[in-house]
Every structure is written in C-alpha cells, then in structure tokens.
Design a protein around this ligand. Structure first.
Ligand SMILES: [Zn+2]
Length: 487
C-alpha cells in the first residue's frame, strides 16, 4: 500500500489515483526572473523522486509543470534590464531546462508558460465573475474570499481574520489573511499587457496555475505538489478559484516539501548562504552529489544544507560509483582473466539483492521514507562489496549487481549505471595488454613495457580508466564519467 501525507487532510492517506493506472500530477514550476537556487531544487528533486517512484510502481504519470513568466518579479526584472518581458524570461527558461538536465530531473511532459495561456485565464476569471465570486474594480478583477466558505482549508488559516473589502494586489502576501486577491491586474504604464473584457492587463499569479492545471489535467486531478511556502496564499487561492468555478474538488492529494536551511539559517542573498545550482557546479561540486544532498532527508523534515554535507554526499556518490565500476569491470574482466576465478557455487547474490530491493521499495511506499530507503541501498552495496572482496564472482552474480544499480538509478536518479558497457574493441585492447603484461619477459623488456603503456593511453583516450592489479592479476577497467575521475 502506498501512503502519502496529504496537506489537505493533515494525515497520511492511502494513495489511489482517480484513473486506474494513470496519475495526473501538477507541480508549480519556477518563476523565471533569476537562476533557480538550491531551495527551489529541493522541491523539484522531491517531486522527481515522487514521480520516479510512481512510475516504478507501474503508473503512467502525466506530469505538468508550469513556468511563471509573468508576475510581479518578472515584470520588475524586465523593467530593470530594459528588456521586453519575453526576452528577459526566455534566457532563464533555457537555463532552468539546462539545470534540470544537470540534476537528472525528469522533464515534465508539459511545461506550459503562463503567457501562452492568457485566454484560458481570462475565461476562468469571467466564469468567476458570472458566478458572483469575483468582481471588477477599476480595471482589475478580485476574488471575493468571503464568497468561498471553505477558504483556508489547505493552510488551516482562520477566516475570522478576513478583512472585509480589503484587497491585495501583490502575488505573494502573508499577513493580509483572507483579503480579496487579484485575478486580473490592470496594466500599469509601459508594462506588458494583454486584452481582456476589463481592459488591458495581466493575470494574477494564482489564476495562472488554476487555468493551466485544469487545462491539461482536468477539473479534478490526483497530485499537486510544491514547496511548503506555496501553501498560502498560492495553493489556497488555486483551490478557491478552481473549486468555485467547477463546483468539484480540485486536487485529491496535496504534497508539500519543507524549505531548507543553509548553515542553519534561512537562505538569503544578503547572508552569503545563497546558492544557485550554477554556483555550486561552478565550484566543482558533482551535480549528483548535490542531488544526493538535497534528497537524502525526508521531504517533510528540515534539511540543513552545508558545504561539509555536500562533500560527504560526494563521498557517497563516489562509493556507489566505485562499487558499480567494479561490477562492470568484473563483467569485462571475467572475459579477460584466462585463469578461472574462485567460484563459490553457494553464493546467491540475486536473492539477497532482491530482498534489499523489496525493502527499498517498501520504504518508498511509506510516504517516501528516503532515509530508510537509502540505508537499504547501502546494505545492498555492502553485500556486493563483500562478494567482490571475497572473489566470489561469476556471471550469475555479476548481473544482479549491475541490475541493482539500475534499480537504484530508476528510483533515485543518481545516474550511476549510465555507462554499463565498455565497447568490445576496447575490451580487446585490455586483453591484448593483459597478455603482454603477463609475458615472462615483461619486467625486463623495455619495448613490451612501452607497448603496454601505449595501449593504456589508447584505452584511456577512449574514456576508460585502467587500474593495474598485482603481477599476474588482471587490470580493472571502468568508464570515466566524471570530469575529476582519476585512474
Ligand atoms: Zn502554482
């Protein structure tokens, strides 16, 4: 049974999608006025983990992530740089897509940009006006919060604080609880604006997500996820808009990820604890270590991000990498070693690893209990390393080890098993070199040593690292995959 914590009910609930094998999921994407920071990516990686797990369980996940390319911040940014709004946001959209690839985050099937869906937003606002939920005031349109009795049900904010008739025009607010919020904002001079029945203007941020999510996923869909900072007002307002318009429940499961701290404090540009992904990659950190650091704490728990922790994460990724490389080398080297390795017919890695895999899966089923899942991954690595060190290797045990890493990649996206084979012409070079190094004259014959060195260079030029064993032992080879990988 899969269970998730639903912010709406405040409880762990069994997860069952509305349509048998399909999960419809909407996640709030970036506001493209700057490069995304690691706090944003904690949420995006959590959502990626959620999606990978659901796909692993056999669901087809229809994932939509919006891109907010018009709001207070994007407009202010474009004005500051003297650019047209689309020119200003276009570069950040591109950068965001590149960042997703860097972190191995699966791309949503649809990434709608708000400015491409303005007519849908206008239609939604018109419907709310017709239903008496929204009203026009001086070219802007506002949502009358008092007309939606269950307002506050997601954030658990009390409506008593509603200031009757008070209106807020900004997209983000936290004090004016229960104030009427803008659905459509009248254009200010020089701003990018669109036509509407109420004159030139632009949609409010909240209405963007209601319109686009329902457009792609229907009036009621399964999962809406995001960072906890979006619960109020953004998601609360999305519910108010959508449910008032359709009269149906908007979203069945709301999942929110806790924000992160950096060095024990809230991340802030003024405190020098503010990192974009690009800052960290620029400092030479392995993107997979960043991914690990951001997902290794349960999504509803506080994560304290530090560079120290990131170094430890890099060490973990290196350990996984090394173990996998050994498995692949064994696959290759079994063909290289002419003498037979010690075989242990009693060793059954496959069933041991299957047991570990089942434990990882059931940790995920329990509201994505990632720390428990990772503990089991490390247990799997220990089992494999022990088998390797005891030289208990044979093809029937090597393949389950390789498969184990593919399983880990599928759920965690660490990209460990990305290169699982070494081209056969390279294997032939390795074999040729191994024969030369085992020649009785090798230690005395300079020309043999030169041939061996030349072959090693050739192999390494092809992106394969060679590590020589003791005399008489085969060299191990592994694919070079990270820039700082050393032989
Ligand atoms: Zn949203």
């Amino acid at each position: 049974m899969i269970r998730f914590f639903n912010t709406l009910s405040g409880k762990l609930e069994e997860f069952r999608p509305l349509h048998n094998h399909e999960v419809r999921m909407y996640t709030c994407g970036p506001t493209v006025y700057d490069y995304a920071h690691i706090g944003n990516f904690r949420a995006f990686i959590f959502e990626d983990l959620l999606r990978r797990f659901l796909e692993f369980k056999g669901f087809s996940v229809k994932h939509v992530m919006n891109i907010t390319d018009v709001d207070d911040k994007t407009i202010a940014g474009a004005r500051r740089e003297g650019k047209a709004l689309d020119d200003f946001t276009g570069g950040y959209v591109q950068a965001f897509l590149e960042d997703l690839t860097t972190l191995n985050i699966l791309r949503a099937a649809e990434l709608p940009r708000a400015t491409r869906w303005i007519p849908k937003m206008v239609a939604l606002v018109e419907e709310l006006i017709q239903k008496g939920i929204a009203y026009v005031n001086d070219g802007s349109v506002y949502y009358r919060v008092s007309a939606f009795p269950t307002y506050g049900k997601l954030s658990k904010k009390k409506l008593e604080k509603n200031i009757s008739g008070a209106r807020v025009d900004v997209d983000e607010y936290d004090k004016e609880e229960g104030s009427d919020f803008a659905l459509w904002k009248k254009a200010k001079g020089g701003e990018r604006a669109w036509n509407s029945p109420w004159g030139e203007g632009r949609p409010g941020w909240h209405v963007e997500c209601s319109a686009m999510s329902m457009e792609y996923l229907g009036e009621t869909f399964d999962i809406h996820a995001g960072g906890e900072d979006l619960i109020f007002p953004h998601h609360e307002n999305e519910i108010a808009q959508s449910e008032a318009a359709t009269g149906k429940p908007f979203v069945r499961y709301w999942l929110h990820c806790k924000h992160l701290l950096v060095n024990g404090e809230k991340m802030s540009k003024t405190k020098e604890n503010y990192y974009t992904l690009r800052d960290l990659v620029g400092k030479g950190y392995d993107p997979m270590a960043i991914r690990y650091a951001l997902l290794s704490v349960h999504y509803r728990a506080q994560l304290n991000f530090t560079l120290e922790g990131l170094k430890e994460a890099a060490e973990v990724i290196r350990r996984l990498d090394d173990c996998y490389a050994q498995c692949v080398s064994l696959n290759t080297n079994l063909r290289v070693m002419l003498g037979s390795p010690l075989l242990n017919p009693n060793l059954d890695l496959k069933s041991k690893l299957n047991h570990v895999r089942r434990a990882v899966e059931s940790a995920f089923e329990d509201d994505l209990n990632v720390s428990k899942a990772l503990a089991n991954v490390f247990e799997g690595v220990r089992v494999i390393n022990r088998a390797i060190s005891e030289n208990l290797t044979e093809p029937r045990n090597v393949q389950p080890s390789v498969d184990f890493f593919k399983f880990v990649d599928q759920l965690f996206g660490f990209d460990i098993a990305a290169y699982d084979s070494i081209p056969s012409q390279i294997v032939n070079l390795v074999i040729e070199r191994w024969k030369i190094r085992n020649d009785a004259n090798f230690m005395r014959d300079k020309s043999l040593q030169e041939v061996s060195d030349r072959l090693r260079d050739q192999i390494q030029d092809a992106g394969v690292l060679v590590k020589d064993g003791k005399p008489g032992e085969a060299s191990t080879v592994k694919r070079k995959r990270r820039a700082w990988d050393q032989p």
